[in-house]
Write a protein of this length. Structure first.
Length: 448
């Protein structure tokens, strides 16, 4: 693990664009995923160096993790906002929800682009009163933990044979994959899965220390952020509930199974799951819908936010994960979903994610859509071989999507990229990040 490596954040370009035309920009994502450093690197050069920067770099930095600052803002939000400098970063803004109304009033009086840059560890889109208060005034940029593309770039090992604009998603929605050979990853794939993408965890020298960081992270998050959102009596339930969710990652969401180990009602567990979603620890991947089909399973899939967190909660290291092929396949599906989701954040074209399953148990792990005209599918397999039967779900998706279908791939832990028929490919897992560059060769924002 390279504690001193500079990791790029490819969302820097999107943040700069948002600051050029939106008076309020919110960078939100899970705590410790790098939001503060990302915001400072772009807008507050006194805090970081060697970064892609906003042309107006006179932003002040104010953190609501500071007890005195937070108390002052809560006591007089209108006065606090009125006294702010011309441009300001307000860090962990979810800790002072009262300030959103004051920001709305300030923006309505003077709509200067890039005036307020907020960071938050709570998904305000799941809090309608907060989201609506700045509707039409705020653009949201979601930051995830580090992608494998960013990790590889940070370690200075970009593959020389990948041209700009030929990222994995570009190829998936483009002309498809060309035949080629790569070294099989094997245990290295399990090691990447166990390490996860949190910058602070990646500074730890061993998997044991990385797992300890993730466990401490969950404990601190429950004690502070979750308590800020709701006063929960049974705080000890939250880490255990998250561990139960980790065991169900990449499976259909089943509230009854999650609630079974606890002496709590299903509505209470549902509320707790919603809280974990609000702090970005887990999410639900919706089912793909098609108006012509009535036999689709409509239940969402559950995915935790990071595979490093999953493995720490389940108590497995890379050796144990690699040995347990069932668990490896399950967690690898979340790993692939996370990587695609993170890469889509800096894509020029928005991508919608879902999963496909029908009542005949035909399924596609990840369905991706761009607009109304492009549909692609990704199936995930932990093994080193791929057979024609592994494309059953993708062939069904191709038939249903018709002309909208671009390509379907089975991501596997093998060596060869091979065509399995019309727009269907077996693709080694390594191609997820070795096939990825920014369109036009745009430089990322470097963040430690």
């Amino acid at each position: 693990m390279q504690g001193t490596a500079l990791y790029p954040r490819y969302l820097g370009r999107h943040l700069l664009e948002a600051l050029e035309d939106s008076p309020v920009v919110l960078v939100h994502g899970p705590r410790q995923c790098g939001k503060t450093t990302f915001a400072q690197s772009v807008c507050a050069p006194d805090h970081t160096t060697d970064a892609l920067r906003h042309p107006e770099t006179s932003y002040w930095y104010i953190s609501f993790d500071d007890d005195v600052v937070r108390a002052g803002a809560q006591s007089d939000p209108m006065g606090f906002v009125a006294d702010l400098p011309e441009r300001v970063i307000l860090d962990e803004v979810q800790r002072v929800p009262e300030i959103f109304s004051a920001l709305k009033l300030a923006v309505d009086r003077r709509r200067t682009p890039g005036r307020f840059l907020l960071t938050g560890s709570t998904n305000v889109l799941l809090v309608p009163t907060l989201a609506e208060s700045l509707a039409g005034r705020m653009q949201i940029v979601q930051l995830h933990p580090l992608s494998q593309v960013e990790l590889t770039a940070g370690l200075g090992t970009w593959p020389a044979n990948i041209e700009p604009g030929q990222g994995f998603l570009d190829v998936l929605f483009g002309d498809g994959f060309k035949m080629g050979r790569n070294d099989r990853m094997g245990v290295e794939l399990a090691e990447r899965i166990v390490a996860g993408g949190y910058p602070a965890a990646l500074t730890r020298p061993t998997e044991r220390r990385i797992a300890a960081w993730y466990r401490d992270y969950v404990e601190a998050l429950v004690q502070r952020d979750v308590q800020d959102l709701a006063r929960i009596r049974e705080l000890d339930v939250m880490p255990r509930l998250l561990a139960a969710a980790a065991s169900q990652t990449a499976r259909l969401f089943n509230l009854a199974d999650l609630a079974a180990p606890f002496q709590l009602t299903r509505p209470t567990i549902q509320d707790y799951v919603a809280l974990l979603e609000r702090v970005f620890l887990l999410g639900r991947l919706p089912a793909w819908s098609n108006n012509r089909l009535s036999r689709l399973v409509h239940a969402p899939k559950l995915h935790l936010c990071d595979t490093g967190l999953i493995c720490a909660l389940l108590g497995v290291d890379s050796k144990a994960l690699y040995t347990d092929r069932t668990l490896m396949g399950q967690v690898m599906e979340t790993f692939v979903f996370q990587e695609l989701q993170r890469q889509s954040g800096w894509s020029e074209t928005p991508t919608k994610f879902s999963h496909y399953r029908d009542r005949d148990q035909v399924e596609v792990d990840i369905v991706l859509e761009r607009g109304v005209s492009a549909v692609a599918g990704v199936e995930v397999k932990a093994g080193a071989t791929v057979k024609p039967g592994d494309f059953r779900g993708l062939r069904k998706l191709r038939k249903i999507a018709g002309d909208r279908f671009t390509n379907g791939v089975v991501i596997y832990d093998g060596e060869m990229t091979v065509s399995f028929g019309d727009r269907l490919y077996a693709v080694p897992a390594r191609h997820l990040w070795e096939h990825s560059r920014l369109p036009g060769g745009t430089a990322p924002t470097a963040v430690r």
